[in-house]
Design a protein around this ligand. Structure first.
Ligand SMILES: [Mg+2]
Length: 260
């Protein structure tokens, strides 16, 4: 079988499960990567497909992102049935995990001023404040300027006690609580009583989610790079097509059961 037909076969099986849960990363998966993170809008076809999936019987949908919940909600209006999880799994729409204790709040303040200081070297850097972390974006900065600054983050603030470091595409993030997408996926799975998860993501932080998947779960890596996912798609366009196919397969299966 070709890789493509293997994925279609896996989707067909997934569509027939009792309570499937579809989880998508946001940037690079639903939204094409762009220079300005404030302008990273999702493909309309993907949002339409996720909304459709979430409206089907016994079918749950979540978007799990490194972004803060506020940021996610500002970029896209998802159907209210879609669960949103921000900050790599430390912010659930249900609200828990959002309050930091005093030492963590102080540490976060320190890290933020560290990064603000390092970012002054060039105004292309973006220091993004999130409820439990601070991210240093350097997508818009020329490599010759970005590299020394990122190295200064790695050898400086990133080494402070209690800091969890996550590196992604042109971003290094310093968090004061331990959260990863694998833990978030397991929590969502338990919360909704899913019998399988389909997880789609493009970045290094998505590997935490791929690592905890097990049969009959499906992991799909978007784009190039080493991965633990069993399947791969080329980009956000193919991701939209995959989601549209999943809507059709699930709808047809539920129709046959008299649940459509
Ligand atoms: Mg991503």
């Amino acid at each position: 079988m070709t890789a493509r037909s293997e994925l279609v076969a896996a989707l067909r099986g997934f569509a027939r499960l009792r309570a499937p849960l579809v989880i998508c990363d946001y940037d690079g998966t639903l939204a094409p990567l762009v220079d300005d993170p404030d302008c990273a809008f999702p493909l309309r076809e993907s949002v339409t497909a996720l909304d459709a999936l979430a409206s089907l019987a016994d079918t749950r949908v979540a978007v799990v992102s490194g972004r803060s919940l506020n940021d996610l909600a500002a970029l896209c209006r998802f159907a209210p049935e879609i669960m949103l999880v921000g900050s790599h799994g430390s912010e659930f729409t249900t609200g828990f995990d959002r309050d930091l204790d005093e030492p963590r709040r102080e540490l976060l303040q320190l890290l933020t001023s560290d990064l603000d200081r390092l970012a002054t070297a060039d105004d292309g850097f973006i220091v993004e404040r999130k409820p439990a972390s601070v991210a240093f974006h350097y997508r818009k900065v020329p490599p010759g300027l970005a590299e020394p600054a990122v190295e200064a983050v790695r050898t400086g603030p990133a080494t402070r006690a209690g800091v969890k470091v996550k590196e992604g595409k042109k971003v290094i993030e310093l968090a004061v609580i331990d959260a990863d997408k694998g833990t978030a996926v397991n929590r969502l799975r338990r919360q909704v009583g899913a019998d399988a998860v389909l997880f789609v993501g493009d970045d290094v932080t998505d590997e935490d989610a791929f690592a905890i998947l097990h049969s009959p779960d499906i992991g799909i890596k978007v784009g190039a790079g080493a991965t633990r996912a069993g399947h791969r798609l080329e980009g956000t366009g193919e991701t939209a097509e995959m989601l549209e196919m999943l809507v059709e397969l699930r709808r047809a299966w539920l129709d046959g059961l008299g649940k459509g």
